[in-house]
Structures are given as structure tokens and as C-alpha cells.
Ligand binder design. Structure first.
Ligand SMILES: Nc1ncnc2c1ncn2[C@@H]1O[C@H](COP(=O)(O)OP(=O)(O)OP(=O)(O)O)[C@@H](O)[C@H]1O
Ligand SMILES: [Mg+2]
Length: 277
């Protein structure tokens, strides 16, 4: 069995600004993510969660260190359509309706064959996603022909989620995708995401501020701390799946919630480390 990671981040450092305004958004970040696992990233605001996701999505480059997806650069992985990204703000094209927005990734770069760039990996051969059905599933059936300006924040966010899921990417990056949703819709979408993840066995990196959400969804929770942005804990969630609404009430589940809350509190209190000049 191929044990190489889906995502490898080694000694990654990202610095914004210069001189007196230098800010070390990430420093010494090492993380290997196994193929097909669900990994959540949690940490105080400003600790570099979105920055880390943008490095993986090839939207930014590290100032130091390396990021690889299936052994190639994030740019190569994105060009091969291996990566789906749900950004923290939905970034829909305002002149396209919901259906056109979610169909866009299929239309652009049509010639790019979707494949893992490693010789050993099998070419993905799944049937194409029925985008209209997926939109209905997330409660947007009535909104197919609406423009983004006619949607609520949560509806825009759901559109962005369908746009990313529709590609069935090998690596799915989600930056607080459910933060604009009410609790009921959020739980329903968590369920749908887990079903889909189970079906397509994709590797998910999921940023959240919700401890319960992180425990429910994840195989592994990565806790980050700020100044400089860094990983302070990697916690494996050893709970059986599927993780039902009932399981959330069990002592085992609460044990993980308490553990992560403790680590988060420590991350808040952690003294600032000297940052790079
Ligand atoms: N383009 C940029 N230019 C300058 N500073 C930036 C830029 N992007 C992010 N930062 C800074 O880097 C740090 C990390 O930002 P990032 O957006 O990654 O945090 P985050 O953990 O995602 O926070 P939140 O939970 O609020 O979304 C912050 O201090 C932020 O101000
Ligand atoms: Mg963020």
C-alpha cells in the first residue's frame, strides 16, 4: 500500500509585510495528511488557518519550507484538478446564477485531465456529479437561477460548497464553510459532507471555530496558536463512524471536546514567541 501522504507540509513559513510591520503568519509548520482522511484545523482568530489553506491551494507560496500534494507542487496539483477550495468568503461570480456558478469549474480548463500526478495512483473514474441534484440536496433547488446578490450569506456559502464538491477533488479544502449557517442547516450539511466524503474517499482539510464540529467530522484535529502562527497539537479522534447525532451526547465525545477546549485555551494563553525579523 502506498503510504505517502496526500499533503505534506514541511517547515513552512509565511511572512507578511516588512520592517516594523513584519508579521509571521506561519512558522515551522510541519504536517503530513494521509490520503482519504478528514483533518480539521482549529485555533484562535489570526493564527494562520486560512494562510495555511491558501498555501495548500497554491494561492500563496511559503517564504520558506515546502508544500506538496501527492508529491507535486500545489500549482501542479491544482492544474490537474485535484484540489477543490471553499474559501472563507464564497467568491461567486456576481453575473452568473447559482447553477452557472457551480458549473463553471467544469467549463473552464476542460482539456485538463483529472488525475493524480503520481505514477502509482489510479486515475479517478467516478461518474460526474449531478450538480442540480446536489443543489437540491443542500436546499438550493428553488434558487438555481438566482444571482448571488439575491441570495442570503448562507445560500451563497452553500453554492460555493456545491461548486467545490462538484469536481469531486482528491483534496478538498474548506475554510469555515458552515460558519454562516443556522445550526439546523449546519448539521444537515455536516451529514451530507460526511456521506460524500465516505463515497468519494477524498482528503479533506477543514477549518472551523467549532469544537463540536471538529470532533464530529474529523479523524484528526490540528490545534494552532498565534504569534507566530504554528501547530501546537495534533489530536486523533478515535471514535467510530458514522458519528450520529446521538454520539454527540456520549461521554467519549465529550472527552474529545474537553481535550480540544483545554488545548485551545492553552493556545490562547501561550506566550508570544520571538518572531522573525
Ligand atoms: N495578505 C495579507 N497581508 C498581510 N497580513 C495578512 C494577510 N493575510 C493574512 N494576514 C495576517 O496573517 C495572520 C493570519 O491570518 P489568517 O487569515 O491566516 O488567520 P485565520 O487563522 O484564518 O483567522 P480567522 O479565524 O479570523 O479567519 C493575521 O494576523 C492576518 O492579519
Ligand atoms: Mg481564516
Amino acid at each position: 500500500m502506498d503510504s505517502s501522504p496526500a499533503i505534506r507540509i514541511a517547515a513552512a513559513r509565511k511572512i507578511y509585510g516588512s520592517g516594523a510591520t513584519t508579521l509571521t503568519a506561519l512558522d515551522g509548520v510541519d504536517l503530513d495528511i494521509r490520503p482519504g482522511t478528514f483533518v480539521s484545523i482549529i485555533g484562535p482568530s489570526g493564527c494562520g488557518k486560512s494562510t495555511l489553506l491558501r498555501l495548500i491551494a497554491s494561492l500563496e507560496e511559503p517564504d520558506d519550507g515546502d508544500v506538496e500534494i501527492f508529491g507535486v507542487s500545489p500549482q501542479a496539483a491544482c492544474a490537474a484538478k485535484l484540489v477543490g477550495f471553499v474559501p472563507q468568503s464564497p467568491a461567486l461570480l456576481p453575473w452568473l446564477n447559482v447553477l452557472q456558478n457551480v458549473s463553471l469549474p467544469h467549463k473552464i480548463n476542460r482539456g485538463a485531465e483529472k488525475r493524480r500526478p503520481t505514477a502509482a495512483a489510479a486515475v479517478s473514474n467516478r461518474p460526474a456529479t449531478d450538480l442540480t441534484k446536489l443543489l437540491h440536496d443542500v436546499g438550493l433547488g428553488e434558487a438555481l437561477h438566482k444571482l448571488p446578490s439575491e441570495l442570503s450569506g448562507g445560500m451563497q456559502q452553500r453554492t460555493a460548497i456545491v461548486r467545490a464538491l462538484g469536481l469531486q477533488p482528491e483534496v478538498l479544502l474548506m475554510d469555515e464553510p458552515f460558519s454562516a449557517l443556522d445550526e439546523f442547516t449546519r448539521e444537515a450539511l455536516q451529514e451530507q459532507l460526511l456521506d460524500l466524503w465516505d463515497e468519494i474517499k477524498t482528503t479533506v482539510v477543514f477549518v472551523t471555530h467549532s469544537v463540536t464540529e471538529a470532533v464530529r467530522l474529523s479523524d484528526t484535529v490540528v490545534v494552532m496558536a498565534p504569534k507566530p502562527g504554528r501547530i501546537v497539537d495534533v489530536i486523533d479522534i478515535d471514535l467510530p463512524r458514522p458519528r450520529s447525532a446521538e454520539m454527540i451526547k456520549t461521554g467519549d465525545f465529550h472527552h474529545y471536546e474537553d481535550l480540544i477546549r483545554d488545548r485551545l485555551q492553552a493556545a490562547w494563553r501561550s506566550p508570544e514567541l520571538p518572531t522573525a525579523a
